[in-house]
Write a protein that binds this ligand. Structure first.
Ligand SMILES: Cc1cc2nc3c(=O)[nH]c(=O)nc-3n(C[C@H](O)[C@H](O)[C@H](O)COP(=O)(O)OP(=O)(O)OC[C@H]3O[C@@H](n4cnc5c(N)ncnc54)[C@H](O)[C@@H]3O)c2cc1C
Length: 478
């Protein structure tokens, strides 16, 4: 399926460059996540004569391997480049492949390009995904669902969305097919983190460890893993950034039967609850029916995430989802990600990685131990350290999560059972929002920032849609 096995990851079938060559491109795309991939896809479709390069820190898709095997290597060994977050497919490569088609969550792209345009592009991305291997996967929708009423009756709010669930396996297949489609049209440079981007001679110069390249237009799509680099580039080029938020919480894992009435109909339900104690909003996020809980590594900090497979043979007995509380900070504090990192670091310090606790233990104020976990009827799908989340999470956040679990118990009885497992911590880091206009272009004409790296999108569908949008803008001009 893949033929990109050269040392430098260059596409040897198109051009034969050697290390250190000085090459001029029409368009350089930095980052091969969904944003970068869909920019490349649309550009090659609309303007096939353009010379396009994609620079990517990580590996080609087939070389992306996380060394954690659960036996010899049980926890994160902090690889130089994290295969979960980086490489062709970006952070989404091993994700659940849930493409939410909605303006209600997943980013604020609609505020830049308009609600209808944003939805139209998300549908377009969906069509491409279906064409490249996603055909036959299910599109779920909240429209007309009886659960809206049930939620409101219990002071819970179900957000509107359609969600295409590709599943981890089909998502991987779609990415492989998209790569096959692009590999002869675009020059891929893998294992090539871009170090600097400079405005030069009406275009841009890009430096990597093996040379300098120039281009007329540059699309930056570096995702969450590129957040620190993005901030540095914004400082250097003088692009304003705005402080954003951080979401902190836990991943809940319980027997799949508890949520099956919701997941069978909606697959994923985004439910929001306002706590009575503090008035904070707590929401469900990234629901994975019959899925598994996994580690996530962001800049060396291990947090928790989850996914599930489309293939029934790979289903587990459990469903998992995150419960997150959003924290927005005001002056003088502006390091929301730093706040989230400190909390995640604390859990890494106490647990050596991700920590796990039974809900019953948390409520009784006692640490979960291996012995208590062994007695649990719910078998964890991630090997995590039994511990006490109340030593890690701030009281306000933990109180909100406990309140939400009791609220969910009313629409999905069993959620507040003693054996419900809580993994901590789950943190959703948001990039600083970068200053771009309605074309997603910075004040440096020809320099675009898209996807999660822009702080504007936080999801597969919004990041991909932003890629298509910018590609069309560039194709129109060139
Ligand atoms: C485990 C997991 C599960 C998820 N599940 C879902 C889901 O089901 N649905 C959903 O909507 N979202 C999900 N997400 C979030 C989703 O993956 C992201 O929103 C999406 O991938 C963002 O796309 P992007 O292209 O903006 O950035 P990314 O996918 O992060 O890609 C950015 C790429 O840029 C590269 N890069 C960074 N810096 C540089 C540099 N200096 N030079 C060159 N390359 C660089 C990175 O290596 C990376 O490959 C999940 C995320 C994770 C981690």
């Amino acid at each position: 399926m893949f033929d990109n096995n050269s040392d430098y990851g260059y596409n040897s079938t198109v051009k034969n460059y050697t290390r250190g060559d000085f090459v001029n491109y029409d368009v350089v795309i930095i980052g091969a996540g969904p944003g970068g991939i869909f920019s490349a896809y649309e550009l090659t479709k609309l303007a096939p004569s353009l010379r396009i390069a994609v620079f990517e820190t990580g590996n080609p898709l087939e070389k992306r391997r996380c060394p954690i095997d659960g036996e010899k290597i049980k926890s994160c060994i902090h690889c130089k480049t994290c295969s979960i977050m980086s490489g062709f497919g970006g952070a989404g490569a091993f994700s659940d492949g849930k493409y939410n088609i909605t303006n209600d969550f997943g980013g604020t792209l609609h505020q830049y390009i308009g609600r209808n345009k944003a939805l139209e592009l998300m549908h377009y991305v969906d069509e491409i995904n279906l064409h490249y291997g996603g055909e036959g996967t299910k599109l779920y929708s909240t429209s007309g669902s009886k659960f809206k009423k049930l939620c409101i009756q219990n002071d819970l709010h179900l957000l509107d969305a359609s969600v295409r669930h590709l599943g981890t396996d089909i998502n991987y297949k779609v990415l492989g097919n998209l790569y096959d489609h692009l590999k002869d049209k675009v020059e891929f440079h893998f294992n090539s983190p871009v170090e600097t981007v400079k405005s030069e001679n009406g275009g841009f110069s890009i430096e990597t460890h093996d040379g300098k390249y120039t281009c007329k237009k540059c699309i930056i799509s570096v995702g969450r893993s590129g957040s620190k680099w993005m901030e540095k580039i914004c400082r250097e080029i003088g692009i304003e950034t705005h402080s954003n938020r951080v979401d902190i919480g836990v991943r809940v894992e319980l027997p799949s039967e508890v949520f099956s009435h919701l997941t069978d109909e909606l697959y994923e339900s985004k439910i929001v609850y306002r706590t009575q104690k503090y008035g904070d909003l707590v929401r469900t996020f990234c629901m994975n029916p019959k899925g598994i809980v996994v580690n996530e590594n962001t800049n060396g900090i291990v947090t928790v995430n989850g996914h599930s497979y489309e293939d029934p043979a790979k289903h587990t007995q459990n469903t998992n989802f995150a419960l997150l509380v959003s924290k927005h900070f005001s002056e003088p504090f502006n390091d929301s990600n730093g706040y989230g990192e400190s909390i995640a670091r604390l859990s890494n310090m106490l647990g050596g990685g991700v920590m796990i606790q039974r809900f019953g233990d948390l409520i009784r104020g006692q640490r979960s131990t291996q012995k208590r976990l062994d007695k649990s009827f719910t078998i964890p799908t991630l090997n995590a350290t039994p511990g006490d989340l109340s030593l890690v999470l701030p009281k306000r956040i933990l109180d909100g999560i406990i309140e939400m679990i009791h609220a969910l118990d009313k629409i999905a009885p069993g959620t507040a059972n003693d054996d419900t497992l809580l993994y901590g911590v789950e943190v959703k880091f948001y990039n600083m929002e970068t200053d771009v206009d309605e074309h997603l272009e910075t004040h440096c004409k020809g320099l675009y920032i898209i996807g999660d790296g822009s702080g504007i999108t936080h999801s597969l569908s919004h990041a991909s849609a932003s890629g298509v949008f910018v590609a069309r803008e560039i194709a129109n001009q060139m």
